[in-house]
Ligand binder design. Structure first.
Ligand code: PEP
Ligand code: MG
Length: 325
């Protein structure tokens, strides 16, 4: 049975009534490229690039990063690879940056904030991504964007990197799509504004749940409160999807929620454009999508949004799954 699911994993993720969603892979290391190809992923929706910087004495050089990014893009071409710029700090440290004394690292100098304080580090990564951009179908996104000011600041570093490469006569894709991860409540609330200045959104529910519900994602004592189906989370995701579509940009979801069979039909009902998840989850999620209809998903979403509590939503979703099987 399991083998049959894996065998069918290269079929498109299309509902019975013809609604197509992209299903992509999240990876942390280049070596996972084989798993991406084997599990039917339509590209990489989230490359967590910080892992190439971790567990080593010396930071990777721009050339080393360029070669890694170029090889990944060309192996997967024409499928897309979305490079997320460095998301270090909090749970992900590298030597040299791990010694910051912070009481609340998750609320501290991490991710895009850290990059904007270490511009050389950030620019060298962006240069490597730009240099690899012509090797395949590539895109880049910034993590932990809190609002427009931060987005524009990051884009200034991108503009500097582009100007340098032009001066040096190094070719790159001038039209490289640039998106942001929506994983802070402030980005959710300003999604309409952000959507006008980016090419795509990718919703990071792992952090969005943490920051919206005030639950440390690594703290087992409060893990029972980490609830993807909380009305606040579902309303946030819907708000972001609608804001993206009103501005004519695509929206992906790359947190763990994308591989949660209980959440996927609801996300489909919102008309999410793509889901990105660990490669091993792809065959099962594609199978769920291929066995459902958009009408069913929209009806489930409508009923879920009428519920006032997470308990009610959990029950509704459970019932809808058991009714089907
Ligand atoms: C997220 O926050 O949902 C996400 C995909 O990024 P990470 O898990 O790497 O923080
Ligand atoms: Mg995140």
């Amino acid at each position: 049975y399991q083998k049959a699911i894996v065998r069918n994993c290269h079929l498109p993720a299309e509902t019975i009534d013809g609604y197509r969603v992209q299903v992509q892979a999240n990876i942390e290391l280049f070596e996972e490229v084989a798993a991406v190809l084997d599990h039917g992923a339509e590209g990489v929706g989230l490359y967590r690039t910080e892992y190439s910087y971790m567990n080593r004495e010396i930071l990777p050089s721009e050339d080393e990063l360029f070669e890694e990014y170029r090889d990944l893009a060309s192996i997967l071409s024409p499928a897309k690879v979305v490079f997320r710029t460095l998301d270090l700090g909090a749970d992900k440290f590298i030597s040299g940056f791990g010694a910051i004394d912070e009481r609340n690292p998750a609320l501290g100098l991490r991710s895009i904030r850290l990059c904007l304080q270490h511009r050389d580090l950030f620019r060298s990564q962006i240069r490597a991504i730009l240099r690899a951009s012509l090797a395949g179908n590539t895109a880049m996104m910034y993590p932990m964007i809190s609002g427009l000011r931060e987005l524009r600041e990051a884009n200034r570093v991108l503009a500097e990197a582009k100007a340098q490469l032009r001066d040096e006569g190094i070719p790159f894709n001038e039209e490289l799509p640039v998106g942001i991860m929506v994983e802070l409540p402030s980005a959710v609330m300003t999604a309409e504004l952000l959507a006008k200045e980016v090419d795509f959104f990718s919703i990071g529910t792992n952090d969005l749940i943490q920051y919206s519900l005030g639950i440390d994602r690594t703290n087992k004592h409060v893990s029972y409160l980490y609830q993807p189906l909380h009305p606040a989370i579902l309303r946030s995701i819907k708000h972001v999807v609608d804001a993206a579509h009103q501005s004519g940009i695509e929206v992906s979801l790359c947190g763990e929620v994308a591989s949660d069979p209980f959440c996927v039909p609801i996300l489909m009902g919102m008309q999410i454009d793509s889901l990105s998840m660990n490669p091993q989850a792809i065959p099962g999620i594609k199978r769920i999508i291929r066995q459902t209809t958009m009408d069913e998903c929209k009806e489930l979403l409508r009923r879920v949004l009428e519920c006032r509590t997470v308990t009610k939503i959990n029950k509704l979703v459970m019932d809808s799954i058991f009714q089907r099987f």
